[in-house]
Design a protein around this ligand. Structure first.
Ligand code: GRF
Length: 207
């Protein structure tokens, strides 16, 4: 079983979707560690409720962002992690973590990238722009924010009576389906990256 670390900063509903998929036997991987960048992240409680080891690695405890990133990478390596998922993690990973887990880090973003990248307001931005559809994107993380090769996108309609919360809730339901599916495919070594394009390989006969 591949070992997955999930990095969270807050609510952790995507982490919960991953934990639930694992409990149903649908993740094809083990969530071995949950790391937060702050003590109060509710995701830590979700992990503890399932007896998943947790850790907090705070930027403020290090002299530089590079030192923080190196500590994070060391923690992930010590837990013998194969796959890293950033799920509502409000930090940009640095060279140490990106290098140690190149091609093995997935991020979830609540818009159809490359539209509305970054920050905590992708859903409000989509609404303000007046787009008629939005959705979520699961993509590989690289050194640029919300920019790596795209694994999945799921589309939702934008309704005339939507506000940012109602649109976010509709997108979140898709996030909770797309992220576990992407983790499973990566754990099964079925994601083939060619430049910016990601192909999903057929399951091997032995799977
Ligand atoms: C999600 O909308 C995710 O796409 C974005 O931040 C939010 C995190 O939600 N990156 P949660 O913490 O998983 O509930």
């Amino acid at each position: 079983m591949k070992r997955v670390a999930v990095l969270v900063s807050g609510r952790g509903s995507n982490l919960q979707a991953l934990l639930d998929a694992e409990a149903r036997g649908e993740l094809g991987a083990t969530i071995a560690l949950v790391v937060a960048d702050r003590n109060g992240a509710f995701g830590l409680q979700r992990a503890r409720a399932r007896s998943v080891p947790t850790d907090v690695v705070r930027v403020r405890d290090f002299a530089t962002r590079e030192a923080w990133d190196e500590a994070l990478a060391a923690r992930l390596r010590a837990a013998q992690v194969d796959i890293v998922v950033t799920a509502g993690f409000q930090r940009v990973l640095g060279a140490a973590t990106l290098g140690a887990f190149a091609g093995r880090i997935l991020n979830i973003h609540p818009s159809l990238l490359p539209a509305f990248p970054g920050g905590l307001h992708a859903q409000a931005d989509a609404l303000a722009y007046g787009v008629k559809v939005s959705g979520c994107t699961v993509h590989f993380a690289d050194q640029n924010v919300d920019a790596g090769p795209i694994v999945f996108q799921r589309v939702v309609e934008v309704r005339e009576d939507d506000d940012a919360d109602s649109l976010a809730a509709r997108i979140l339901a898709e996030e909770h389906r797309a992220l576990p599916e992407a983790v499973r495919l990566l754990a099964e070594s079925r994601l083939c990256v060619e430049g910016r394009r990601v192909r999903v390989l057929a399951p091997s006969p032995s799977v």
